[in-house]
Ligand binder design. Sequence first.
Ligand code: ADP
Length: 373
Amino acid sequence: MNEQAKPRGDILIVDDMAANLKVLSTMLTDNGYNVRPAINGSLALKAASSITPDLILLDIMMPGMDGYEVCQKLKENETTHDIPVIFISALDEVVNKVRGFEMGAVDYITKPFQMAEVVARVNTHLTIYKQRKEIEGLNAFKDLFIRTVSHDLGSPISNILGYTEMLIQDGDRLDPDYAKQMLSRISTSAERMQRLVNSMLDLTRIEGVTLRPSPLLLRDVLDGVFMEFQFPAQEKGITVRPPQNPIQAQINADPDLIGEVFQNLLSNAVKYTPANGEITINVETDSSHVFVHIDDTGYGIPEEDIPHLFERFYRVGRTEHIAQQGSGLGLSIAKLILDRHEGEIRVKSQIGQGSRFTVSLPIYDPQTAAVNL
Ligand code: ADP
């Protein structure tokens, strides 16, 4: 798919008159938009909540549910309430424009349609919507930044300041071994800060990033990650068992991002499994998805913590978990990446026995991909 062939936006048109739908659809399709028609309010609500459009053109006067009511329902629903709605009314219809704006509409278009006007208004509102999303993204970044600084950077910074202060004041009188110990604590704190900053940048990059998916062999992704963990696992006396069966599945994924999911999961498996444990990876497929199971024989996760694991900064409060270095961001990053690949992640765990993290991803099928182009 090349850049030019990409639609400029996905627009849902709601009108009970087939002739109007046709005029608007042709006009907008010719101008590079992807258009979906709906002939009444309830079909429009279904269409909008199953695949969120970028903008909705909504006729006011319709039998059954009228445009005001459809708009109100769209605004009440969390998945659709942000979508800009432009009302359509005929010049001779007596409609209450103020009521429309109160319902959350952003603009009006009157029939008969002037092509240049429709395209200009649609364009303007798509641009405003996109810019608003960008601002929201920046605000989310600001919130995350402030939370991280206050939540996790504070203690390593004060460690570093405390130890450097001691070294500056008493450095020449200190026992060299003791001084070395302080330096290594400084270094540990700095590493912790570096990890946090990297995770935070990862999160914001993933949120804002345009995915660059390409067909990949899952085996290649996993092989790359296993290599990285062989050494840390070995050091801890943990046996890592890679999948035994040959993996044929292809996925359509951003190679940089998808590797990070498995990296985070394996890193956790190594961290939260005591010496001499085992980590086993299995891969299964059904007709549409591939499932990667990562099992460990580690500390396990209490049932009440499981629903929160993918929240930012969430860590299990048990001693053996807290004893490991961590920021509570790894799993939220993994989930974010999977969301953007139509993938999922699930956890099963038993305290003291171990955990199973399962990642599922749609299998890439070159044949259907070709049809969709
Ligand atoms: P962290 O940086 O703390 O490891 P994550 O977001 O990756 O952050 O994980 C969140 C929490 O989930 C961890 O702090 C840990 O308590 C728990 N956890 C994650 N993976 C495992 C695992 N394989 N076994 C036991 N607990 C785990």
